[in-house]
Design a protein around this ligand. Sequence first.
Ligand code: SF4
Length: 329
Amino acid sequence: MALLEVKNLKVDYPLRSAFWSKKKFLHAVDDVSFTVDRGETVGLVGESGCGKSSIAKALVRLEKITGGSVTLNNVDIAALRGKSLRKARKDFQMVFQDPYGSLNPRLSIRNALEEVLTLHTDLNKKERQQRMRELMQMVGLNPEQLDRYPHQFSGGQRQRIGIARALAAEPQLLIADEPVSALDVSVQASIINLLKELQRSTGIALLFIAHDLAVVEHISDRILVMYLGRVVESAPATELCSKPLHPYTAALLAAVPTLEKRSVSNIKLAGDVPSPLDPPAGCAFHERCPFATAECSQKRPELREIAPGRFSACFHTNENGIFTCAKPQ
Ligand code: SF4
């Protein structure tokens, strides 16, 4: 049984409108389903505004779940309130994009970790001190720096502290929402490798969210590609990156300059992601897709299994990653 099971998740944001007119909503996440197994790393990728962060926030209940269900260990997260929600939070922790914003500048690292350990573990004072030192070592920081404050660390070190803080609760699932995009390129790889190493050593499940497919490929067992609030492709990472079954994935891969194994490398992403306030009819990608046909602008393709373990929401693809309707422009 999967550790995390997300079924038909919807996240809507109400839009401001005149009080006499019908209430309107922005559908940030629309009918998204996926699972994460114990010890698995699942990558969630897509351009900004595609709904990835809304999913992350909904999973940890920082955003309201409008529809569908989210179960962790068979417990319905969406139904939890008050004390039971606080208790359940121990099992799913989040690493945020902005490590500085997520740490209280007035708390020393010792106090920030103490807060989590007191809330989520039964350790006594002495054991908590020992655990703090272990956590610092786990994330590659010197335990002698526990009494420093967030501003005394670099961006990469602060993200390590954010990871230590998330791990302090001993969660079963870590949700990392763009954990490296605010960092210098030079430190991004070290944080990704740290997450990879921690995932291996602790057996924790990881949902890794990023807009860069090369980064996601490096860390994930399985990848979900999102476009305008919906999953358009899902597959094991190596298969998805060597033989994409959705033109959008192929275009994202073609945009990665450093990787060469592109089977469909000449698809260019034209234009911007359409506004989620006014999404196109039919396939949401049709205005940017070089393979679009008349059918694509009228009917919405559902996510379907094209080959074992490989899902794509495209009318015109087959298991060989060939887009069967036309040649790319
Ligand atoms: Fe392109 Fe049509 Fe496939 Fe959508 S359904 S990705 S528009 S070919």
